[in-house]
Design a protein around this ligand. Structure first.
Ligand SMILES: CC(C)(COP(=O)(O)OP(=O)(O)OC[C@H]1O[C@@H](n2cnc3c(N)ncnc32)[C@H](O)[C@@H]1OP(=O)(O)O)[C@@H](O)C(=O)NCCC(=O)NCCS
Length: 449
């Protein structure tokens, strides 16, 4: 073992601990696109899911099978037919879908049964259980198009799913549902995952897809200046969806987003779009602070919001004790009144519990986050983090590439959240002139990737 190993492994492992604690006992519904399996990613995804399950997460896995069904259709000399973005499932397509689902189920069960020594699956005992948990009805005839055996979901057997999860099993669902007359209907993976997540009121809905997430400027090509937006508040995601054309293909920006928004509106607090192409995408999204895909989040606290001049009294009351003990620099009422629009606050029942301001330096493509405060009675419940996330979002929206803070006592809180110490010389000129060399605040910068 190399001498540096202890110094990298131990802090790294400890940094993951809060996420392990947070997610233990939670329910995640994971939808994996058929393309991921076609691309040979099943083994590594199964290994990651087994690890996540071992850390106490209850998992429902829904697989897609679009490319597999199309391949079977091609082999039979038939063409895949779609309308309104939904497959038209005739007799042949139904046959192909059943064959593809059967094959994929075996492959997935096999992947979870590995356990060779010295592999990530050694010692893993994942019990995979599938079943008739979904009742479906036909899509029927829409605008004159008969969808035949394509269905949509009528009911999810929540009690059955919960009992299976309580047994410690991983639930595996294929995109099929059955009618009370015993007919099988072809569903979409996305609809099954969304409906199951909603019915279970799951803690997360995660799509592992062929797209990397939603970019800051959605219709523009990928570039360093157009990275993935790691966090979309539900309201912003809804606005974006309303502006996008109706998605038809899984690679259309709105395709997975529409399901994330639907789930979030129906009570699933967090929905994620992740690229299966990136090895370990699930682990990076779930156990690392910033994640790598896009998370649509319903801040139940609609209370996280931008401040207005009505909040000045509440902000003053909140920050005053920290100005008195020297944690924060003193700000006058006039200053806060002038800058109220730069503040983000968390409010519960008319009381301001947390705040921070964002002072932009557009010439340097950065901004200072100042006066981050959480009221002493609600510290330690993640409010500081929520404000930070919103501030980061505001900064990204403004086209900035970093944010910085000046702190004398809270360095570690920021470092844990991706900030890095820099020399005060790093500061934009206009801010450097105001830097108080007596206070000797530490400057910390976070790049907005
Ligand atoms: C720093 C602050 C904003 C964090 O808010 P919060 O809502 O408590 O933060 P979160 O719930 O997201 O995170 C809590 C974690 O941060 C840690 N933490 C709190 N204050 C810290 C500090 N000064 N230094 C390092 N870690 C700190 C807590 O111990 C807790 O750790 P844990 O998750 O391992 O238990 C809040 O403590 C505060 O208002 N402090 C006084 C004002 C201040 O220092 N502002 C920063 C000015 S630059």
């Amino acid at each position: 073992m190399s001498a540096v190993f202890n110094f990298t492994f131990v802090p790294w492992f400890r940094s993951v601990a809060p996420y392990i604690h947070t997610h233990r006992g939670k329910t995640f519904v994971v939808g994996i696109a058929g393309e991921a399996i076609a691309a040979g990613k099943l083994q590594s995804i199964a290994q990651d899911l087994a690890l996540i399950q071992a850390m106490g997460v209850r998992i429902v896995l829904v697989h897609g099978f679009r490319p597999q069904v199309n391949e079977q259709l091609r082999a039979k000399g038939h063409e895949a037919r779609y309308s309104h973005g939904i497959r038209i499932t005739d007799e042949v397509a139904l046959d192909c879908a059943q064959e593809a689902a059967g094959q994929l189920r075996y492959e997935i069960e096999a992947a979870f049964s590995q356990g060779l020594p010295n592999t990530p699956m050694a010692g893993a005992t994942v019990r995979v259980i599938s079943g008739n948990f979904i009742t479906a009805r036909p899509v029927g005839i829409v605008d004159g198009v008969d969808f035949q055996h394509s269905g949509s979901i009528r009911k999810v057997d929540v009690a059955g799913l919960l009992r299976t999860l309580d047994m410690g099993a991983l639930v595996l669902l294929s995109p099929f549902g059955f009618s009370p007359t015993g007919e099988a209907f072809n569903l979409t993976m996305e609809e099954v995952a969304t409906s199951v997540a909603t019915a279970l009121q799951a803690d997360k809905l995660i799509f592992l897809t062929e797209v990397p997430g939603i970019r800051m400027q959605p219709g523009e090509p990928a570039s360093d200046d157009n990275p993935i937006d790691t966090e979309l508040p539900l309201a912003v995601a809804e606005q974006l969806l309303a502006q996008l054309p109706t998605p038809q293909q899984p690679t259309d920006t709105g395709f997975y987003l529409q399901h994330c928004v639907k789930a979030c509106k129906a009570g699933v607090e967090r929905s994620h779009i992740l690229p299966f192409a990136l090895d370990g995408a699930l682990l990076l999204e779930i156990y690392v602070h910033d994640g790598i895909g896009t998370m649509v989040i319903d801040e139940k606290l609609e209370s996280v919001r931008e401040a207005s001049s009505d909040d000045v009294g509440g902000i003053l009351q909140l920050i005053e004790p920290f100005e008195k003990d020297g944690t924060l620099v003193k700000r006058s009422r006039t200053e806060i009144e002038r800058d109220a629009h730069l503040y983000t606050v968390i409010e519960h029942d008319g009381v301001i519990f947390a705040c921070a301001a964002l002072y932009p330096y557009p010439e340097a493509k950065t901004a200072e986050m100042a006066a981050l405060t959480v009221s002493p009675q609600s510290q330690g419940q993640g409010d500081g983090e929520k404000v930070l996330k919103r501030i980061e979002h505001r900064a990204r929206q403004a086209g900035l590439t970093s944010i910085f803070v000046l702190t004398t006592r809270t360095m570690h809180w920021f470092i844990k959240r991706g900030f890095q110490p820099v020399d005060p010389d790093w500061l934009p000129e206009a801010r450097k002139r105001k830097y108080n060399w007596d206070r000797r605040s530490q400057v910390l910068v976070k790049k907005l990737g």
